[in-house]
Structures are given as structure tokens and as C-alpha cells.
Design a protein around this ligand. Structure first.
Ligand SMILES: *Cc1c(COP(=O)(O)O)cnc(C)c1O
Length: 449
């Protein structure tokens, strides 16, 4: 077996697929201002057969040989092939639960519905998948003396900053996070604070923080950790590969995924395209990128038949991590969605809240972004686009525990403009035997009848 095989990876222009910059350079954009992507020498990777890759990756999956037990680093050859293992900063990300949503699926008339629980992860969101790669590469640049980097910075709607802070803290690297003041959840705010990140709460929105962090990192003293940095996509792309792996290398029919800055949907396609090139899968699932109606620039572009894209000012939404009006990775996302015939759907505040609550009643505990994807799925089922026997995966992007406030507001009926049809408010009672017994019996009889 070619165990000592070497593989090559480099940055290239994502639009044209040309140019070459080394991964050890600090570069985020091509000279034309476009996004970069990490290219892999797929010809060299083809030296191992598809069956060989599946066997190798399965042999590492969730084992303890560090860092290969991580869902990301188990596929190291296709992620960052040349980073020394001792420079990898891993918190055992990936390998997350693929929940068979049997009961919720049957409620919707589906036989084969699954939820990929990316929020069951170290910092509670899928951002860990990308951040392990970015922080590992920064750690490598520092440890190998290839670059002088004083710290890493990001703008965030809450989950990116949590992941950056944790990975940097684990590696002993300084981190700085720029957050829109009052627009992220309390749980998300405490994460970078606890991990000793310089936490800047700014009077602007996410798009304003994004503009500032790009200026802040211009002189290369601080490394930029947002998803326009294509290293993050390399980790995030493993989610699709892992879903297929969890189905014993069977490809599902549909994947519904929430989208804000649009790095994750681009990453999903990139992973599938690469394992298709390696012969591991023969087709790519139908992918639906799901947006909140109040932050829906991609949906609007889709509705024009991809003729026009206009950034918008995103309005408040329970799905605060996708409150983005000017998504950085839109060109990658649109290119992939057009190429593969992917779709975009949107959900109102009422629809996403009800979908989240309905699914929770069947044993899940969803974040509002997952609610957006579930609401989009409900529309596809109602229109007959998703058929009863098809295998559907919903990518859950964060843990519901990070979003207790909108969930509490739903159940206590304090969400403006939302009528909570599935609310289950706490019942406040005197600590009295009869009162408690009567309340329980009323509930049990209602549930049975
Ligand atoms: C970041 C994030 C998203 C959106 O991902 P993009 O790559 O920005 O499209 C969705 N849900 C949650 C919970 C997130 O943290």
C-alpha cells in the first residue's frame, strides 16, 4: 500500500480555478479580489482506489490514534495533507450523531429522514469543523517559524467566535473576536469571554464587523479567520463526506442546509465533488440552501433565475447566526448551486419557530437555524418535490442549548409576530397535592385522548 505517498495542496483562484499560492503564504483573496479555494492533487490521490480510501477512512473513524479519530483529520490527505501531526490543533471534532428522525419523518409523511447533529460538538456548532483546520495551519506557521503571526481575528454572528476562541485557547494562540453588540445569544457571548479571547462588542451588524475585521487584518499581524479564508471550507467539507460514510458510503437523495455567509453550502458541494472525482460516490445529492426570510439575499437571487444578486440589510431573526445580508461566499455558493441544480428556500419567523418546536416534540432539541432547514423541508414535502420514500438529511448547524432565549420566548408566547402553535409553557402551581394531581391528570387525559 502507498503509505508513504505524498499529496500536494495549494490555494488557487476559486472563480477561474487557476493560479497557485502556497498554503504557508498569508493570502485570502486572488489579485482580482475573488475568493481562493484549496486545490488538491486529485491525480495523486487517485493512486489509492476508492475502496482503499473508504477502508482507510473507516479504520480511523472515531478511534483514538491522534489526530485521526477526528472526523476532519481522519480525512487528512484530503484536508491538509502536509501539516505535521504534532502541529494539528484538534478537539475531536466531527463524528457527530446522525439522528434517525423516525417519528418526525413519519409526521411529515417521510420514511427516511435524518438529522446530522453538527451542534453536538466541542463548542456546539459546525464551526469547529473548519476552525480546527484554520487554527492548525496558523499553529503550523508559528511553530515552524514560517510566518510571524501575533494572533487570529474574526467577525462573527456568535458561533465562529466561540470556535475560534476555543481552538486558539487550546493552542495558546491570542484571539480577537468582533461581535455585533446585542445581536448574539448570551451563551454565544460567554464562550469567547470564557476562553480568554479579546471580545469586542461593536455597535453595528455582522456585515459591519466583517468590514472592520478585514481592515484590522490588512497588515498581516493578525490572521483572518472568517470563512472567506478558504482553509475553513476544507474542514467543513468533511460533513458531507461523513454523512455518506455514516450511510456506509451510500448517497442520500436530499440535503437541507441553513445558509448565511454561504461558506458551509459551498463546502458541502466541494467535499462531494472531490469524493466523486475519487470514485467514492457516483452522484451528488440534491442540496437545498435554506435562508431566513429576513436575511434572504440568496433566495432572492435564486428567484431571479440566478440573473441578479443584491446584498440586503438583514433584519432581526431568531436564526441570528444567519442574519447576514452581504454573504462573503456567495460566488462559490451560486456557482455550485447552478452547476448541480441545487435549490434555495426560505422560512418566515412563524414557519421556522413552528418547525423547530414540532421537531423538538419528537425528541430533538433544535437551534432556530435548523428550524429554517426543517421549515424548508416541510415546504418541499407539501409541494411534492421530496417524495415519501426518499432519503433526506437535514444538517443541524448548532446545539439548541446555545439558543435558549428564542426557544423560551416561543414557549412563553413572547415572540413578536409569532403565534406559537406548539407551545408548552411551564405550569406554575401551588405545592399542593390536589392541585398537582389535577394538573397531571388533565394533561395525561389530553395527551391520550
Ligand atoms: C455559521 C452558521 C450558519 C451559516 O453558515 P454559513 O457558512 O455562514 O452559511 C448556520 N447556522 C449556524 C448555527 C451557524 O453558526
Amino acid at each position: 500500500m502507498p503509505t508513504l505517498m505524498t499529496y500536494d495542496a495549494w490555494f488557487r483562484d476559486a472563480d477561474s480555478g487557476t493560479g497557485r499560492w502556497e498554503l504557508d503564504e498569508i493570502v485570502y483573496r486572488s489579485p482580482t479580489g475573488g475568493l481562493l479555494e484549496v486545490a488538491h492533487d486529485l491525480e495523486a490521490l487517485k493512486n489509492r482506489s476508492a475502496a482503499g480510501w473508504m477502508k482507510l477512512w473507516d479504520s480511523r473513524y472515531k478511534r483514538t490514534q491522534w489526530p485521526y479519530g477526528s472526523g476532519v483529520w481522519g480525512k487528512k490527505e484530503l484536508v491538509l495533507p502536509n501539516i505535521p501531526d504534532e502541529h494539528v490543533v484538534s478537539l475531536d471534532e466531527g463524528g457527530s450523531n446522525l439522528f434517525w428522525a423516525d417519528r418526525f419523518g413519519r409526521e411529515l409523511g417521510l420514511k427516511d429522514l435524518w438529522v446530522k447533529q453538527c451542534g453536538v460538538s466541542h463548542t456546539g456548532s459546525f464551526k469547529d469543523l473548519g476552525m480546527t483546520v484554520l487554527v492548525s495551519q496558523v499553529n503550523h506557521l508559528i511553530k515552524s517559524g514560517k510566518q510571524k503571526i501575533m494572533g487570529v481575528a474574526c467577525a462573527s454572528t456568535g458561533d465562529t467566535s466561540a470556535a475560534l476562541a476555543a481552538y486558539c485557547a487550546a493552542a495558546g494562540i491570542t484571539s480577537v473576536v468582533l461581535l455585533p453588540r446585542g445581536k448574539i445569544s448570551p451563551a454565544q457571548l460567554i464562550q469567547p469571554i470564557a476562553n480568554n479571547s479579546l471580545t469586542l462588542a461593536l455597535d453595528t451588524d455582522f456585515d459591519g464587523c466583517m468590514r472592520l475585521v478585514q481592515q484590522l487584518t490588512e497588515d498581516n499581524k493578525l490572521y483572518l479567520a472568517n470563512s472567506m479564508n478558504s482553509l475553513r471550507v476544507e474542514g467543513q467539507k468533511t460533513v458531507g463526506i461523513e454523512i455518506v460514510q455514516q450511510f456506509d458510503w451510500d448517497v442520500p437523495d436530499w440535503i437541507f442546509i441553513p445558509g448565511g455567509n454561504l461558506g458551509n453550502v459551498s463546502a458541502l458541494y466541494k467535499g462531494f465533488e472531490e469524493i466523486q472525482a475519487l470514485g467514492i460516490i457516483s452522484r451528488i445529492p440534491k442540496i437545498v440552501c435554506c435562508q431566513a426570510e429576513s436575511a434572504n439575499p440568496l433566495y432572492r437571487a435564486f428567484k431571479t433565475g440566478w440573473k441578479e444578486f443584491h446584498p440586503i440589510t438583514a433584519a432581526p431573526t431568531q436564526a441570528s447566526a444567519i442574519r447576514i445580508g452581504d454573504p462573503v461566499s456567495r460566488s462559490k455558493a451560486i456557482k455550485a448551486l447552478m452547476k448541480h441544480g441545487g435549490s434555495v428556500e426560505q422560512a418566515s419567523e412563524q414557519e421556522l419557530a413552528d418547525a423547530m418546536a414540532r421537531a423538538d416534540r419528537t425528541g430533538l432539541f433544535n437551534c432556530p437555524h435548523t428550524g429554517v432547514a426543517l421549515a424548508a423541508l416541510i415546504k418541499f414535502v407539501a409541494r411534492g418535490e421530496v417524495k415519501p420514500g426518499e432519503r433526506v438529511v437535514v444538517v443541524s448547524t448548532a446545539h439548541g442549548l446555545k439558543f435558549g432565549d428564542p426557544k423560551t420566548a416561543y414557549h412563553t408566547d413572547t415572540l413578536p409576530g409569532v403565534v406559537p402553535r406548539y407551545r408548552n409553557p411551564p405550569v406554575e402551581l401551588a405545592a399542593d397535592r390536589t392541585a398537582v394531581y389535577d394538573a397531571v391528570m388533565r394533561h395525561v387525559e389530553r395527551s391520550v385522548g
